[in-house]
Design a protein around this ligand. Sequence first.
Ligand SMILES: [Cu+2]
Length: 509
Amino acid sequence: MHRLWIGSALIVGLIAIGIGSYLFFFSSGSGSLPDGVTRGGQSIASLETTNAAGRPEKTFALTAEEKEWTIEEKERVEAWTYNGTVPGQELRVEQGDFVQVDVTNNLDVPVTIHWHGVNLANNMDGVPGLTQDAVQPGESFTYKFVAEDAGTYWYHSHQHSSRQVDKGLYGPLVVEDPEENEDYEVEETLMLDEWPVHQAKDGPASRQGMMESRRSGDGEADTKDLYDTFTVNGKAGEAIDPLEMEQGETARLRLVNAGFQQHQLAFPEGSAEVIAVDGEATSSNDASADIVEIAPGERIDVAYTKQDQTPVFLGEPGNKEKARDMRIPVLPEGTSRSEAAMASPETETTARGADQSTDTVLFDQVPDPDVSYTMDLSMGMDMGGGGMSFQINGRTFPDTPPIHVQDGDIVKVEIENNGSMNHPMHLHGHDFQIQSQDGTALDQPSVKDLVHVKPGESYTIYFEANNKGEWLFHCHDNNHAELGMSTIVDYDSVYSPYDFGGDAENHPS
Ligand SMILES: [Cu+2]
């Protein structure tokens, strides 16, 4: 009896040591996570994932595969796709559904899926090396979440995003509101992107372009050299599907910018109204916009009314050469593309600023923060390789200082762009409230998950740390993220058991 007890104690002891070393190895061992990120508490892998619990279930299967994709008649690219198309299949669910997506990887590189804008469990967020190991060639992974909030979202690979999103690994996710009482005759999701069809994309950002942007003040100059063809739903020019609309009809257009450049769409004067930003309904005050600007990663829903029977193109205003590809024909019955002319509004009002104020807010008053973080965005020379880098507080990821939070904290982040490039900053797993711009309080705040910070601009945002995990906060010009512009919102109570690099080749930007 006595001996048996000693034997059992020994075994229990050995198991404890074993578990201890296992945790030690994964929590502080070979990792290349930033030194500043906490390694204690609960593993995010063991965080509870939502289950169906009697909710309606929607199940989808997405296969990552290579596919020769025709952008326009003679313009073909070797694309990486979900289910063989660019964009991937539109996933359409209702608010409250339990969504399950089985991903199979038939590419010869690892992939993941990030559910952009969806506030889900951290281990379903699809960031390789932080929330999971990348899905290896030939393997599968199942993502599960509850579609809590109606709106326009999208999904994309977060493994080596600057390459994989560029090659087509993205698609739309629409969460319908069953209570929605607005009736639209037409509804379309329009995903905007750019491609290097006639040229090799030689790197994540162009040095010459960066110099140019310093000189000219064009915050997009660095990516303009990299791409020559603009697309709408994977198609350019003549290949873009027309909107068929008659006078008096209204369309809900769900615009998603899957590219790394900002785009603008011009509407005939007085015909368009911004109805949602990043999945949040806008307040009804004055959301009319003749030119809608959309940042990389951003979603903007527009209600567009056809005022007459004239065929028209919705497209990028001005005489941008590449923009000629990106023109969406609106063709009433009996009209043709050849008769259409560009919509040319007389005013230059855009959908920024006050127009983006949202119906619901997170905080009625400016909250008293538990955590304050200043995020200084800049660019510089990488001393090692002589290339350019994009920095947060003078450091490149993964050495950028994390934002340390505890469950329930109110977090204030002041974002300042001290460089000469645009930076659309996207936070995973949370919505934030944009409270002020350039030191001036907004009349009405805006609740979003992406804020487009242009050179010289600053924004103050607030969010509640209500979704524990390790969450990326990064520039959605993924070429900038690749060169360092990311950081982590790091909850003290949890840690990531994954590592960047390693056998899974986890590459989160
Ligand atoms: Cu950027």
